[in-house]
Design a protein around this ligand. Sequence first.
Ligand code: GLA
Ligand code: ZN
Length: 670
Amino acid sequence: MTGKIPYGGDYNPEQWPEDVWDEDHRLFTRAGIDTLTVGVFSWSLTQPAEESHDFTLLDRILDRAAAEGRRVCLATGTAALPPWLAKKYPDTNRTDFEGRRHRHGQRHNFCPSSPAYRRLATAMAARLAERYADHPALLAWHINNEYGGVCYCELCADAFRDWLRDRYGQSLDALNDAWWTTFWSHRYTDWDEIEPPNALTEHWRGPDHTAFQAITLDYFRFTTDALLGCFLAEKEAIRRYDRETPVTTNFMGMFRPLDYHRWAPHLDFASWDSYPPLDAPPTWPALAHDLMRGLKDGAPFWLMEQTPSTTACRDVNPLRRPGELRLATFQAVAHGADAALYFQMRASRGACEKYHGAVIGHAGRDDTRVFREVAALGRELETLGGATLGARTPARTALLFDWDSWWALEISDGPSRLVKYQEVVHAYYRAARAAGADVDVVPQTADLTAYDVILAPALFMVKGDLAARLEAVAARGGTVLATFLSGRVDAHDRAFRADVPGPLAPLMGVRVDECDSRPPEVVQPITELGSEARLVFEIVQPRGAEPVATYGSDFYAGTPAVTRNAFGRGAGWYVATALDQPGVDAVVRRVLARHDLIGPYAGHPAVETATRTAPDGTRLLFLLNHAAAPAHLTAHATAEDLLTGKRVEEGEPLSLEPLGVAVLRLLSRW
Ligand code: GLA
Ligand code: ZN
């Protein structure tokens, strides 16, 4: 495979005089930077007034990049309204959850239903495409930036009503039925009576507390589609002038407000910005990487942004320690990233991100620790060349990730506000990854035929024919694991008229009538697993399933907390409570072991492994040591480390430095 991983990031030279650009490019060359994302916030420069456009700066930025042999990911720049536009067309400004119409300020601030915004944003995308489609530097289109946020204006209310007419086939009866509006005297007799759910209507105590979950859910879906509509309009404008260059927009991984699965078919490739929460374990960004890889059926994605050192937006902004940037970057590549980009190439002098980490700081030095680490990584990526490009993850385990379930669970009154979807999902993902299994994170609609194990944590909403497809997995010998708060509601958030876990009950072989939800200090011992459980305790009556572990106390002591149900040639596992991590690990390892899916380095908790298969069939194994101490392993196969060129013999010692990485090309059979 020729080529190499694009390496670089967000670059805003329009903020600087041109003599600084000379310095930038000299340093880019030193650091192996070949890709620049430009124009992300340039609208007020490229269009200083409605009738006036000025692309001279952008021309120079792209021409300079081309002259230096660098490629450009060109943004349409429509994520921040220019002040003149917000002033001239007040309806482009959002109306917030409290019903207040905003004025010009900040960014990511446009109403997705505003015709003026739509017209001007698409016109800008069209102009840029017309001008730069054939530019030699152009590598990809980057529409807008980190789409998100909600608007509750009158235009959005009207657009919501249209969206509902469409969703419910013009039938108010269907809507009333779906939303269960007979409850609290809400039966609608005219579409115009419907209001967006916010602080003035259905909500109290904020966006997660609603009287009608189904209305709020539909507004989340509408918002996803409204913003997607903005993206599609820009993409269409680009395609009028450029039929080929791939188009993306930068996502945010596990970002609750937008259902990225609804967007995925419309992207040419997925890309995302990784800013893991402080103190997140390495499996947290890994889960997000795998979710992003799952958007395009396992095709590689771009790491569009990460900080080379520190963020600025948090109360405290720790540095990435020496070696952490390298490790995080190879982790992204291990999970399917085919590009490694930063925010940002040079730090702003002013405004709220001036202390955000950058490859080049205010002083323009190339002898800082951060610059040296970035440059060293640039050299390594050159060494790696195209070995990983286009490679796929041969996972046999899938984890179902579902925005509808996330939303419905977290806006639900009862059983517990303390259960957080991401935390449940992460616990199961983490257990599988620690055991050395590659995991595809996929939507409910994914083709499940390639998998031996399906993890369905907190799958609150079960849609379409999913239950039948899960039964098919078990019938042919696979294992399906579901947890508490799975199979609770249909696509309209209506409880199933059936025993819990609804459509999953036959596969799980259990019936749940009651769920005890307790504060975090109440702990249930689960002795069979050497574990404890908290928050919710579903009381399980086996209907064919055998108990694997039981509750240790209270009136349901001795009843099952974990069950296994033989189904066809496989099984359904049900975990009825929020086990601690050792408990989840124990259950998931038993399931994976049954399918021979425990990895060769599973005994080394700090060492993450990930597999990719290159288009030519080359098998790559990434070893990532997340500990600040060296890791001493025994090689399970003969391989060549692509970063050092050294050969590793099967059965011989294999050591990783603290935070060390090896990219092994496997030469012998696994
Ligand atoms: C986001 C944005 C960037 C920048 C960074 C800072 O990812 O896309 O413009 O604000 O955050 O971390
Ligand atoms: Zn609006």
